[in-house]
Design a binder for this molecule. Sequence first.
Ligand SMILES: Cc1cc2nc3c(=O)[nH]c(=O)nc-3n(C[C@H](O)[C@H](O)[C@H](O)COP(=O)(O)OP(=O)(O)OC[C@H]3O[C@@H](n4cnc5c(N)ncnc54)[C@H](O)[C@@H]3O)c2cc1C
Length: 413
Amino acid sequence: MAAVDFALSPEDEAFRDELRSWLDEHLPPFLECETEAVGDSGTDEGAKLSSQSSQRRRAAWQRELNTGRWAAIHWPVEYGGRAATAMQRIIASEVMAEYRTPGMFNTNGIWQIGPMIITWGTDEQKDRWLPSILDAHEHWCQGFSEPDAGNDLANLRTTAVRDGDHYVVNGQKIWISTAHLAKWGLFLLRTDPTAIERGAKHEGITAFIIDMETPGIECRPIRDMAGEEMFNEVYFTDARIPVDCRLGGEGEGWMVAMGTLGFERVGIAGQISILGADLRAMVEAARSVNPGALADPVVADRLARAWTEIELARLLSLRALSRIIKGERPWPEVQFAKLQWSALAQELAELAVDLLGPAGVLARGGPDAVDRGKWTRLYSFQRYSTIGGGSTEVQKNIIADRAIKLPGQARLS
Ligand SMILES: Cc1cc2nc3c(=O)[nH]c(=O)nc-3n(C[C@H](O)[C@H](O)[C@H](O)COP(=O)(O)OP(=O)(O)OC[C@H]3O[C@@H](n4cnc5c(N)ncnc54)[C@H](O)[C@@H]3O)c2cc1C
């Protein structure tokens, strides 16, 4: 069997070194300067303050990254990116995780919506919207899911009916992250309702960029089990959307949305890098707040397993990446990597709380909460990892269908 070569090319090494020296120069002053008012998330007002200050911090960090052209590295150079390869995106994720950089303000905009606009937008649309995504002055959200369209996204039914130089939108979206903070949203809407009856539900879907302040749009935040109100129901009642806000042609929405799947596929590698950094950080925190736990052989065994599994997930995602680079279909490796990551994310959150002892369960905002309550929050928040980005059951179906080729009746559906 041929040996696997994990060495970086000289260009990739130079890319990594350039990013590291940029972070060495810019991250410490950024962290020193920021004055973050940490709200007490035990109260509604505290939760709001904490969320606002976290958004301000993300916006400031994204702007800082953008000064060095590190915010949207996969965008073409003419739009402020670096035309980074898939490998360089993984390297950047790993380096950012190693430095524990703050999150970005427009994650959806940078990773998914911007590339959709670059691929499908007119020159006017690119000039109008790309700078606002990149410079973090306006927030963006992504509105795909509906009450009956989650994993089965093509079942979406929020309608957009042409009326002169507008479309009139009616219906409901759900689980839309940060819609209440967003000025703009990329939405998938149904312009041909007959497509569902015709049994061709992937047809008749159109992508729109929507100004969230348009009359007839109402966001109702949903409180999640971590106590945060970050996602929303979004209701449309006769909202009038100008025709020039349509991205791509009528009926091309499915292609617009799926065209960026490659970006999401690589994204999982970044999430895995964060798990490795989290594991190191939780051990560090345990050394100061609950050192006895580290001497417990059961905990030591769980730590060793977690470390090994993170490495396994990293190798799976690299294998998927090598298929993407060769222009091959990256399944089932992508599904394996997603399953591995989501199970691990939950395991690690549970391990953190056990490792940190009583201090590990103190609520966010409390004076003695470890790392400002990050681990307690993750304990409940990580439940999302087996739902978002394709649920566990659906990933297993894909593996059963395409990799193992099980007969239909043996699948989960
Ligand atoms: C934290 C978070 C943030 C989100 N942010 C956004 C956002 O910004 N924008 C957006 O558009 N959406 C967002 N979503 C929604 C997300 O995309 C959906 O939750 C996801 O697609 C699953 O859809 P659903 O919740 O409708 O579940 P469903 O698809 O209804 O699934 C429910 C259950 O049934 C199972 N199931 C479904 N189909 C099958 C099948 N064929 N075989 C076997 N089992 C099946 C699923 O595995 C799951 O356990 C977010 C979700 C979360 C958790």
